[in-house]
Write a protein that binds this ligand. Structure first.
Ligand SMILES: CC(=O)N[C@H]1[C@@H](OP(=O)(O)OP(=O)(O)OC[C@H]2O[C@@H](n3ccc(=O)[nH]c3=O)[C@H](O)[C@@H]2O)O[C@H](CO)[C@@H](O)[C@@H]1O
Ligand SMILES: C=C(OP(=O)(O)O)C(=O)O
Length: 440
């Protein structure tokens, strides 16, 4: 059975949606529970696919996971841990990148780990060379096999001096989850400092870890012998919040995002204001709306935190198709994150892709053959189209383009959107969207 979403566009989205814990924190917080000698409690957990995948992976490793989907409370008890079969891990890895973060905790607890083929969005090559390099420096032995990668630590894991070629989020998390129980001190230079990393550090500190973050992207971790459980409320999802904000702009609507946190959206809110979007912050969330005038074009470059996040880029590009004039977007985090613009062009948007760096941020893709800059001319009158969702954020962008377009769009592959947008169909209905889901 495939799901088909039919969208009649042209209605402004209006109303309120609730955003819960961050997709890019919650699964990692769940993995961290493996390091504890007692149960952990995580609050504000959303019902999204990546949480389901990590729940299954933890369960096959003997962790008892109890969830209350209404309150979003999760209890994770690792006291009966066991080693899972490679075939079991493969079967449950799904379309997520999280399995690679099990390495450190599993080596500490079971002496070995297995990395299956990883999922995640197809927005670039997404190699794992930094991960394997840091694990080797901790003392792990990496054995690449036909079905995946087997990792052992025959002499234990020892603190290390590390420096990343690029501030990779996943590799920084790999280092944190490995170093906290390693023997001795780890120093990581050029670390990622995204809000989700700080939240993971807060969790590890509650468990008993000793971690210092310096202002120069250096993280110092003093290994300890034992960690306990944690009790933590996950930070809200800043990507989902920004996505609904873009939806308000594109559809000329007005959306209150309950749970959105200004602190983690700073770069996005500056851009939102410059394009002509309005927002108002209160204790419970942020209201986003289209002020009624014309939207202004922008020059935008994605970057690591505290820059404009790459996962905000795709919905924002749809908003820029509605701005009066020429906008430029330079994607510096992933080499191939503009594939989603092809359906937008079919819908009537004017977007040209370029191999050159159209911006001044240092970028790894400039002298290579990657279409990683976009020139967008607006405003475009979008028409409905048939679309197959390519990836999580690209898919959400297509939904909001279709909601703003005249006529009917038929969208397949929407299951991908469940990876990061909790109950998005219910939310679209609540916002007054004319959408219908059928199975065929
Ligand atoms: C589950 C999760 O949290 N996903 C987020 C995480 O992905 P993820 O942790 O995979 O992203 P990274 O920060 O590691 O990747 C950044 C860049 O580093 C490169 N790289 C990374 C690792 C490596 O071993 N070798 C290498 O070359 C990647 O190809 C990419 O070009 O951070 C990204 C950047 O904020 C976000 O877009 C993703 O939503
Ligand atoms: C790229 C993303 O996620 P992942 O790393 O899980 O593919 C995303 O959330 O936009």
């Amino acid at each position: 059975m495939t799901k088909l979403l039919t969208i009649q566009g042209g209605k402004p989205l209006q109303g309120s949606v609730r955003v819960r814990g961050a997709k890019n924190l919650v699964p990692k917080a769940m993995v961290a529970s493996l390091l504890g000698s007692s149960p952990s409690q995580l609050r504000n957990v959303p019902e999204i696919k990546d949480v389901e995948i990590v729940t299954n992976l933890l369960t096959i490793h003997g962790v008892k996971v109890e969830a209350d989907v209404d309150t979003g409370d999760l209890t994770l008890d690792p006291s009966q841990m066991r080693t899972a079969e490679h075939s079991e891990i493969d079967a449950h890895a799904g379309d997520s990148r999280i399995p690679i973060l099990f390495c450190g905790p599993l080596m500490h607890r079971n002496g070995e780990a297995f990395i299956p083929d990883l999922g995640g969005c197809r927005i670039g090559d997404r190699p794992i060379d930094y991960h394997l390099e840091v694990l080797r420096t901790f003392g792990a032995v990496v054995d690449k096999q036909a079905t995946g990668i087997h990792i052992t630590a025959p002499k234990g894991l020892k603190g290390a001096k590390l420096e990343l070629p690029y501030p990779s989020v996943g590799t920084t998390e790999q280092v944190l989850l490995t170093a906290v129980l390693a023997d001795g001190i780890t120093e990581l230079k050029n670390a990622a400092v995204e809000p989700e990393i700080h939240d993971l550090i807060a969790i590890l500190q509650q468990m008993g870890a000793i971690i210092t973050v310096n202002t120069d992207r250096t993280i110092r971790i003093e290994g300890v012998e034992r960690l306990g459980g944690y009790k933590h409320r996950a930070i809200p999802d800043r990507i989902e919040s920004a996505s609904w904000a873009s939806a308000a702009l594109v559809t000329r609507g007005d959306i209150y995002v309950q749970g959105a946190a200004q602190r983690d959206l700073s770069a996005f809110l500056n851009t939102y204001r410059k394009i002509g979007g309005e927002f108002e912050v209160d204790d419970g969330g942020i209201r986003f709306w289209h002020a009624g005038g014309q939207l202004e074009p922008l020059v935008l470059e994605t970057d690591v935190h505290p820059g404009f996040m790459t996962d905000w880029q795709q919905p924002m590009v749809v908003a820029l198709t509605q701005a009066h004039g020429v906008s430029i977007v330079h994607e510096t985090v992933y080499e191939n994150r503009f594939g989603f613009t092809e359906p937008l062009r079919r819908m009537g948007a004017s977007i040209q892709l370029h191999r050159e760096c159209l911006g001044s941020n240092p970028c790894r893709f400039g002298q290579r053959n990657f279409l990683h800059s976009a020139v967008i001319s607006g405003p475009a009158e979008l028409q409905g189209a048939d679309i197959d969702v390519p990836d999580l954020r690209g898919g959400f962008s297509h939904l909001i383009a279709a909601l703003a377009a005249s006529g009917t769009s038929r969208v397949t592959g929407i299951e991908i959107i469940d990876r990061g947008y909790e109950h998005f169909m219910d939310k679209l209905h609540a916002l007054g969207a004319d959408v219908e889901l059928t199975e065929r």
